[in-house]
Structures are given as C-alpha cells and as structure tokens.
Design a protein around this ligand. Structure first.
Ligand code: SAH
Length: 362
C-alpha cells in the first residue's frame, strides 16, 4: 500500500468522497508523493514516451512553425516565448536549435517555462544548458510578463484535472471516489449536478450509465491565453491526444510501467491522464477573444510541415540502422494507427492571422 493511498483514504474518511478532479490533482501534483513530483515518467525507462522524446524532428518542426508564426505577427522585436509543461526540456532544445538560424528571433524572444515540479525544472535547465536562450521558470501562465506571445504545449492539458458526470435517472451527477466497506477506493456518485446548459443538445438523450467529462482547469488556462493573444497578438500551438467534438465516454486512464492500469490502483505511482476536448479548448480561446483555427491531426500537421523532407535530410549519408530508426520515428509520430490520428494540433491566434500549415478559415 502506497503512502499516498493511505493519505487519500484518511482524507475520504474525514471529508467524504473526492471528485475525479481532486483525485487527479492529488495523484499527479501532491508535493510529497505526487506522480510528477516523484517519478521519471518520460523516456524508455518511464511510463510513456512523448513525441519530442521519440525524435528531434518533432521539436524542430514545431520550431519552424513558430518561426513562420513570428513572421506572420510582423516580427515583433520583443515577445514572450512560452512552453507549458516542458517535461525534460527536449522539445524546447530542438526548437531553439532551429530558431538559432534566425538570430533576430532569438534576440526578440524571452523564454518562459511554466512548470510546477522542482525536479523537472532542474532537468529542463540541464537540457537547455548552452542553448541560445536561458529560461525563466514560472509557476503559472499568469506569471508570464505581458507582450506578444508564441506558446507551445505538448501533452500538457491531458495531465490537468477533469470532472466526470454520470447519466442517471435524475440527470447528470458528478462521479466521486469513496471507500468500500473494506476500505478500498471505489467509484460512486455524488449529488452535484451538471448544469443543463453544459450539456450539448446532441447528448440530451444519452443513455443511463453514460459518462460526460468536463475540463474546467484546461479551459481556464486557454481562455487566459486567448485573452493575452487578443490583447497583445500572438500564436499558441496545443498538441495533445483527444477528440474534436464533445462526446460521452470515460477517457480517464492510468499507465503504470508502460501498461494500462486500474485508475484507483496506484495513486501517485501511475500516470493519470484524460483525453482533451478540443472543441471545448477552441471555445475557451474564443471566450478570451482569440480565434482557434480548424485543428489538424498530428500526422497532417507534421507532414504538411515537411516531416518527410526533414527525415530525408537527417538520414542522408547515415548508416542503415540510423536511417531505419528515423523511418521508425516518422511512423510513430505520423502514421494514423500510431500517434498520427489520435493526437491533434490546435492553433490559436489573433483574428485573421494565417498560420502555416493551418487552413485559415475557422
Ligand atoms: N511536454 C512534455 C511533458 C509532458 S508531461 C513532453 O512532451 O515530453 C506534463 C508536464 O506538465 C510535466 O512537465 C509536468 O510536470 C507539467 N505539469 C503538470 N501539471 C502542471 C501544472 N498545473 N502547471 C505547470 N506544469 C504542470
């Protein structure tokens, strides 16, 4: 039994059942025993491998897209370059290698890394040691200074807490986590109802037992970013796995040592994520006053950005096994049955700004 599980049980005994959002925040962010505080989740030895850890090409192509976004913004001579949840700092290191080809971009940029975990901040600082920009660490997006914005976030929103509502005979009720008579963690339902306005008309007839997820934490961050972009100009690229239209379904999942796990089994030891609702993110950006361009799948984004050309250049003259590894990375990142279709890229911008490689009509 983990220390965190004991503390969660004690808290439920004292205060009553937890919402799914409370449970996720504790499991991932507890300052002593939370997953991101204590674990090394990334890379071959961790629980999952993210796109920047698969290949340098991912961060390079994001960097190239941001260079052209800077052009579209009119090459502001001061702007805030921001990454939310940089993990090991790999994406930004690859990004900055490409950006260094445009010295004026580097001169204009101030680098802000929004990261809560002190352990990951140290790793990010190490990874970026000697890079063309030195990072300033921020606890929250709100702490980033005002000004034009170029922001990226890869697999950030999937780690933010979601709420789940269960369709019952008296409407949608919040799903909560309580204790069985034996003291084990178990799902139940609470009395909190989902406001009828939060349910799209298409889901009004969802059957009993259906689950609807909401992501107020992710939406709040995107609304802030949208307001910043509307006020000062800018571009944000959000890359995550998720769905394009609000729909029912239980997407909360746990990964424990590379395998799917019961979400209640290893609090603090397993990674917990939920799929991101991109329709809700786009609506939040619009509430902030910005425009969300029609999202692309990760596969389309990377192919339109020149993934195959970059792979060819990277592999030219290399030994056969290195070329094979590059080909394998292309597959993993872009093939529809790998990350290519499940992952989406959403671009948010101030109105009318065309952003390569997105279609401009929202
Ligand atoms: N972008 C990285 C890592 C994704 S994991 C990659 O693609 O490899 C999620 C990252 O977000 C971690 O760095 C985690 O510590 C950070 N994080 C999670 N919740 C956060 C929050 N509320 N505020 C800031 N950072 C957070």
């Amino acid at each position: 039994m983990s220390a965190l599980k004991d503390r969660i049980r004690a808290r439920i005994t004292a205060e009553g059942p937890l919402s799914v959002a409370q449970y996720m925040s504790i499991c991932l962010g507890d300052p002593k025993d939370g997953y991101y505080t204590t674990r090394e989740p990334f890379g071959a030895d961790g629980d999952f491998i993210t796109a920047p850890e698969i290949s340098q090409m991912f961060g390079e192509l994001i960097g190239a897209a941001c260079l052209s976004a800077w052009d579209a913004l009119g090459c502001p001579t001061r702007f805030e370059l921001v990454e939310l949840g940089p993990g090991r700092g790999t994406l930004m290191a690859d990004f900055l290698r490409v950006a260094a080809l445009r010295p004026a971009f580097i001169q204009a940029a101030r680098l802000n890394l929004v990261e809560t975990s002190p352990r990951l901040r140290r790793i990010q600082a190490d990874t970026l040691h000697g890079a063309s920009l030195e990072p300033a660490f921020r606890d929250r997006f709100q702490d980033v200074p005002a000004g034009p914005l170029i922001l990226v976030a890869n697999e950030f929103f999937d780690a933010l807490p979601i709420h789940q509502f269960l369709r019952t005979e008296d409407g949608w009720r919040e799903r909560r986590i309580g204790l069985t008579a034996q003291g084990d963690l178990t799902f139940g339902i609470g009395t909190a109802a989902l406001p009828a306005t939060a349910v799209p008309a298409s889901l009004g007839s969802a059957p009993e037992g259906a689950i609807l997820e909401t992501q107020p934490a992710a939406n709040a961050v995107v609304e802030e970013i949208g307001a910043r972009i509307a006020g000062h100009g800018g571009v944000a690229l959000f890359i995550d796995y998720g769905y394009l239209k609000t729909a029912t379904g239980d997407t909360l999942q746990a990964l424990y040592r590379h395998d799917r796990d019961d979400v209640l089994a290893h609090p603090g030891e397993a990674d917990l994520t939920a799929h991101v609702n991109f329709e809700a993110l786009a609506a939040a950006a619009a509430r902030g006053g910005a425009t969300a361009l029609p999202p692309l799948t990760q596969g389309d984004f990377l192919l339109r950005s020149g993934l195959l050309e970059r792979a060819g250049a990277l592999g030219a003259g290399k030994p056969h096994d290195e070329q094979e590894a590059i080909r394998d990375a292309v597959e993993r990142l872009a093939a529809p049955d790998r990350m290519g279709d499940l992952f989406k890229v959403l671009a948010v911008t101030n109105s009318g700004l065309p952003i390569t490689p997105f279609d401009s009509a929202p």
